[in-house]
Ligand binder design. Structure first.
Ligand SMILES: [Zn+2]
Length: 212
């Protein structure tokens, strides 16, 4: 349930005023002012011609980069198909491209996710699995948490026999700053149910995604 700021003097329209809110969202004007401050912090002049439209563009870009805050991953999965004709083999979706932002530096994490589950009578449209990845990726993230969130949501909503999620990510906070290691890929995984308990099921999944 969203709580509105009490006694606020700001009546400017909000982009997502009635939707689920992770935090109390500032106004568009406040966001653009913050971008102007960061431009000045970088050492440039937000009033020079080339930068005049930048705060507006950055604010709109944030609506794309962080669209996941306005999506409910559990409801994405709730339309399930129960007539599986007895299909009880692994469902694997591999190479799901995602773009995220690291919560420590707010720079991109770009990579691929691989998602599998072993159905227990209920299956879901495969595009829904990709949308769950996207709903968690398009937030400020750490890769470990994102991996666990994707697995837990699929496990909670579909109640399958098991879920496996492997996420690979290239972190721009490692390639463009800090230690400057552009070729490092971080790999994280969460294995639940049979993928955790049964080595042969886990091996089959890893072979499907080319990681065995
Ligand atoms: Zn970082």
């Amino acid at each position: 349930m969203t709580q509105r700021r009490h006694g606020s003097m700001e009546n400017a329209p909000r982009d997502h005023g009635d939707r689920k809110s992770a935090t109390d969202r500032p106004t568009r004007t406040e966001a653009e002012e913050a971008v102007r401050t960061l431009i000045r912090w970088a050492g440039d002049d937000p009033d020079r011609e080339g930068l005049l439209g930048t705060p507006d563009r950055v604010a709109r870009s944030y609506n794309e980069f962080f669209a996941g805050y306005w999506q409910d991953p559990e409801s994405i999965l709730r339309t399930t198909f129960e007539e599986t004709e007895g299909y009880d083999e692994m469902v694997v979706l591999r190479n799901i491209d995602y773009e995220s932002h690291c919560e420590h530096h707010m720079v991109p994490i770009i990579g691929k996710a691989h998602v599998a589950y072993l159905p227990n009578n209920r299956v879901v449209g495969i595009s829904k699995l990709a949308r769950v990845v996207e709903a968690y990726a398009k937030r400020l993230q750490i890769q470990e948490k994102m991996t666990a969130q994707i697995a837990k949501t699929i496990n909670d909503v579909l109640a399958p026999k098991g879920v496996a999620v492997v996420v690979e990510g290239n972190h721009e906070c490692m390639s463009t700053r800090g230690v400057h290691k552009p070729d490092v890929t971080m790999v994280t995984s969460t294995m639940l149910g049979v993928f955790r308990d049964d080595p042969s099921t886990r091996r089959e999944f890893l072979a499907f995604i080319g990681k065995s």
